[in-house]
Ligand binder design. Structure first.
Ligand SMILES: [Zn+2]
Length: 179
């Protein structure tokens, strides 16, 4: 998603291609971007048919999802399952309903991981699975559901393949050291 003109300009999108769609996009600007990232209200106004869920208000499959004080935008037009700008998270409510609970919570936590760990996909993945283990919602069975979900992802110049990411997440999940 690269928008130009008077629309929101995003310099770098770090994501992962799954089944030819973008996946878990991160929308952090680089220093080269002259424009600041949008506020949550600016983003929601820009995309139109979106709903802002305040921090603490998001519940998926009975699980209340928290990422500090950050709100979540439910954007059915997002070309991905989830995305993040500094200060808020974005989920596609149509896509996210299609995946198992552990995958839903992992996607949210991955985007939350970008808030604390920056644009690295690997660190966001690790953040998400370690958080899931600590909070008790991610079992080894759930981790296998996540691996199945990302398996089709191809390796690109910026990203590891789905199986490589899965292997790294298995290591993170088994480690006590927080990355
Ligand atoms: Zn990501």
């Amino acid at each position: 998603m690269r928008l130009t003109g008077n629309r929101i300009v995003v310099a770098v999108i770090v994501g992962l291609a799954v089944l030819s769609a973008n996946f878990l996009t991160i929308l952090f600007p680089t220093p080269a971007a002259s424009q600041r990232p949008p506020s949550v209200n600016e983003y929601a106004a820009h995309v139109g048919n979106a709903r802002i869920v305040p921090a603490g208000g998001l519940v998926l499959d009975g699980n209340r999802l928290i990422c500090g004080r950050r709100p979540t935008v439910l954007d059915p037009s997002l070309d991905d399952y989830g995305a993040a700008y500094p200060g808020f998270l974005i989920l596609n409510p149509k896509l996210i309903t299609r995946v198992p609970t552990a995958v839903k919570l992992w996607i949210y936590s991955h985007e939350c991981g970008h808030q604390f760990r920056g644009p690295s996909e690997e660190l966001a993945d690790c953040f998400a699975v370690q958080r899931g283990r600590r909070q008790g919602w991610l079992t080894t069975d759930g981790l296998e559901q996540i691996c199945k979900f990302i398996r089709p992802a191809k390796r690109s110049s910026m990203h590891f393949s789905g199986p490589e990411r899965c292997e790294f997440m298995r290591q993170c999940y088994a480690e006590n050291k927080v990355r």
